[in-house]
Design a protein around this ligand. Structure first.
Ligand code: ZN
Length: 183
């Protein structure tokens, strides 16, 4: 009897946990022409975890036209790509321990696919993230943006100069009324 209830309770707890953690799935295709088929990926704020699938729909082997999918803040794209290039193919063109990398897949060749999972909580609304391929020379073309959408009103970080619209003040000529009537 006890064992039965434990089992039921366990199942319910598991169900509750899985219901709470909403998985969101994204997918991107890469091809032999050094292209991703997506320019923008949107992550709803209800996501707890994001699972991204990268599929290489081309035919070229990884040595020739290998691709990966790397996520970082847009501002870090270039730095991450350069560090990855220096790290070499043995590291999937990702510098080991590069904290700027928020998520990344391995390098795959034509006909292959791979997945990566990351916490959506790591994403902040108002921040622009970039996804790109770190195979040398690829990130110039193979790049796109990933954003957290639908969160509370996003205050765009900082606009450097808050210019006030400087409209010309049209000073109307004072309508002078000459009232010079004397009785
Ligand atoms: Zn690539």
């Amino acid at each position: 009897m006890n064992r039965f209830y434990t089992a039921v309770f366990g199942a319910l707890t598991f169900a509750a946990m899985t219901a709470q953690a909403e998985d969101c799935h994204l997918s991107v295709e890469a091809n032999d022409l050094m292209q991703f088929n997506q320019k923008t990926l949107e992550v709803p704020p209800s996501c707890t975890d994001v699972e991204l699938t990268l599929s290489h729909v081309g035919k070229q082997p990884a040595q020739v036209m290998g691709h990966n999918w790397v996520l970082a803040r847009a501002a870090d794209l270039t730095g991450v790509a350069i560090a990855g290039q220096n790290a070499g193919r043995g590291h999937n063109y990702q510098a080991p321990g590069d904290k700027r990398i928020l998520a990344a897949t391995q390098i795959i060749g034509g006909g292959e696919s791979t997945k990566v999972r990351f916490e959506a909580a790591a994403l902040r609304s108002g921040e622009t993230y970039a996804f790109f391929c770190t195979t040398p020379g690829h990130s110039a073309i193979m790049r796109g943006n990933l954003i957290l959408v639908g969160a509370r009103d996003t205050e765009v970080a900082t606009s450097k100069s808050a210019k006030r619209p400087s409209g010309e003040k049209g000073t109307l000529p004072a309508a002078t009324v000459a009232a010079g009537a004397s009785g």
